[in-house]
Every structure is written in C-alpha cells, then in structure tokens.
Design a protein around this ligand. Structure first.
Ligand code: FES
Ligand code: FES
Length: 174
C-alpha cells in the first residue's frame, strides 16, 4: 500500500506491507537508526518517537496506521548544526546518559512532558517518574534523568542560567 508520512518535516512517500512496523520503516526504510530497538515488544521504550506530537513506541505502531502523520525522531531534535536541544543539554549536564542506548527514546518521551507542561507549573518529581515508567534504562538508575528533566523545565522558565554546571534541582530521593 502507498503511504505518505512527514518525517522530521520532510515528506516521505513509499510502499509498505500492511504488517510493517513504524520502527522498521524508520530504521530500515529511511535509515533513521537513532531510534533504537531494545525489546521489540513494547516494554523498553528505546523506540519511542513522536507521532502527531504524542510519544509512541514505534515497535507497536503499524506504518499504515501512522499514514499521513507527522513523525519526529531523535534525528529531528538536534539542530542541523549539531546543537543539542534544551532537554538534551540538561540531560548531558546532569549526566543523564551513560551507554546512551535508551537516550533517544527518553528524549522523545520526556520531550512530550516538557512540551506539555511548558505553559504551566513544572512537573513534580513523582510526575516525571510516572512519565518515565515506559522507558527502561540499565545504566543511570534514573536519578540523573529526573534531574535532567527538572533542569530542562527550570531552564525553560529561566530559573537556571544557560550552561550552568551546578544543578538547582532538588536531589531526588533514592
Ligand atoms: S523496542 Fe519498542 S518498546 Fe522496546
Ligand atoms: S544510558 Fe544505558 S541504558 Fe540508559
């Protein structure tokens, strides 16, 4: 079947089998290998992308069901000049990434939280942790990821000087 997707602002037209998964199209069809496959069963979150603004696990989405949609992958988050997004920079400063395998999915999922709360109160630590339940990380223990989100939200509200090395976010509990 013929399908059109808008991926990172670029229209893509192709033919796909009805059972093709979105993650297969992104990685194998379009070469966007920043989206990772950890479990292939909807448990790890490493394949998360944004579909019409909402974060989805692309190993659970049929390409056909996303037809006509706006897809954002990790490749579209970093600017062409290689500049990190605010969330990526905050995660970097808080050491929220180690091996990095989970990071693209984390950035895409947590980016939705940061965006969704941009015009209101910053998400609380429990809210951030709740949001993170769909993304598994074997390295960081999540604390630094939570601090990264807190830093990104604070920076968005001009509460943290850009590039500040010291975190003003409260240290999460265990
Ligand atoms: S690869 Fe999709 S949730 Fe793990
Ligand atoms: S940084 Fe290694 S799995 Fe998360």
């Amino acid at each position: 079947m013929d399908i059109t997707l808008n991926v990172n602002g670029r229209p893509e037209q192709f033919s796909a089998q009805p059972n093709e998964l979105l993650v297969e199209r992104l990685r194998d069809g379009l070469g966007l290998t920043g989206t990772k496959v950890g479990c292939d069963t909807g448990q790890c979150g490493s394949c998360v992308v944004r579909l019409d603004g909402r974060s989805v696990k692309s190993c659970l989405v049929l390409t056909a069901s996303a037809a006509g949609g706006e897809i954002a992958t990790i490749e579209g988050v970093t600017t062409r000049g290689g500049e990190l997004s605010g969330l990526q920079e905050a995660l970097r400063q808080e050491h929220g990434t180690q091996c990095g395998f989970c990071t693209p999915g984390m950035v895409m999922a947590l980016g939705e939280l940061v965006d969704a709360t941009a015009d209101g109160p910053a998400p609380t630590e429990p809210e951030i942790r709740e949001w993170l339940t769909g993304n598994l990380c074997r390295c960081t223990g999540y604390h630094s990821v939570v601090r990264g989100v807190q830093r990104a939200c604070a920076a968005h509200r001009d509460e943290v000087p850009a590039g500040s090395a010291a975190s003003t976010a409260a240290a999460p509990e265990v």
